[in-house]
Ligand binder design. Structure first.
Ligand code: FMN
Length: 204
């Protein structure tokens, strides 16, 4: 049976979504892994979103909490707001109380990816503060550490991401994920899919 990896994200302006798509490609590069993209529900009205300059949502399906249980491993992605996950994602996590009560997600590997506007804006605090939610669910946080290799030490160009996971800088919104950031996202997808597959196989 295929190993299922879900990539569950929120994105207002598309940066996190771009990373999510690359993570999916990386996860699918692992033989026997099926990866699926999901968005979490928006909490803002269309009026507010249009005032914020957000584009219309893509057609990636909206997940419901119980669908998380189907996954063998999950990657969670969000833009930062004041150095931590956007409220839309927190609202979704807050709707998983039933899963927490039964510990339905316990033992599943989980990765985190993110976008910030600026350097120093939360590339490390955003994933770090999200580990509390994984912990309460009993999920196994899988950082990428320095497994991405030389790209982790890039000093010649601006590069988001960290040992916690893939990341990008949106800047004023016009900056798009760089090739190196996308390569790190691909790596994260492949890395976590590989670990998810190993865990699933060893449990069988
Ligand atoms: C209310 C609000 C708070 C934000 N707070 C931060 C912040 O603390 N640090 C930062 O670097 N960027 C901050 N940003 C910028 C977002 O992180 C940026 O828009 C996002 O990374 C883009 O990702 P997306 O295109 O997937 O929505 C904030 C944006 C908003 C709207």
């Amino acid at each position: 049976m295929a190993t299922k990896v879900y990539i569950v994200y929120y994105s207002t302006y598309g940066h996190v979504e771009r990373l999510a798509k690359e993570i999916k490609k990386g996860a699918e590069s692992v033989e026997g892994v099926e990866a699926k993209l999901w968005q979490v529900p928006e909490t803002l009205s269309d009026e507010i979103l249009s005032k914020m300059g957000g584009p219309p949502k893509s057609d990636v399906p909206i997940i419901t909490p119980n669908e998380l249980v189907e996954a063998d491993g999950i990657l969670f992605g969000f833009p930062t707001r004041f150095g931590m996950m956007a409220a839309q994602f927190k609202a979704f996590i807050d709707s998983t109380g039933g899963l927490w009560r039964t510990q339905a997600l316990a033992g599943k590997p989980a990765g985190i990816f993110y976008s910030t506007g600026s350097q120093g804006g939360g590339q490390e605090t955003t994933p770090l503060t999200a580990i509390t939610q994984l912990t309460h669910h009993g999920m196994i946080f899988v950082p990428i550490g320095y497994t991405f290799g030389a790209g982790m030490f890039e000093m010649g160009e601006i590069k988001g991401g960290s040992p916690y996971g893939a990341g990008t800088y949106a800047g004023d919104g016009s900056r798009q994920p760089s090739d190196l950031e996308l390569a790190q996202a691909f790596h994260q997808g492949k890395y976590i899919a590989g670990i998810t597959k190993k865990l699933k196989t060893s449990a069988a």
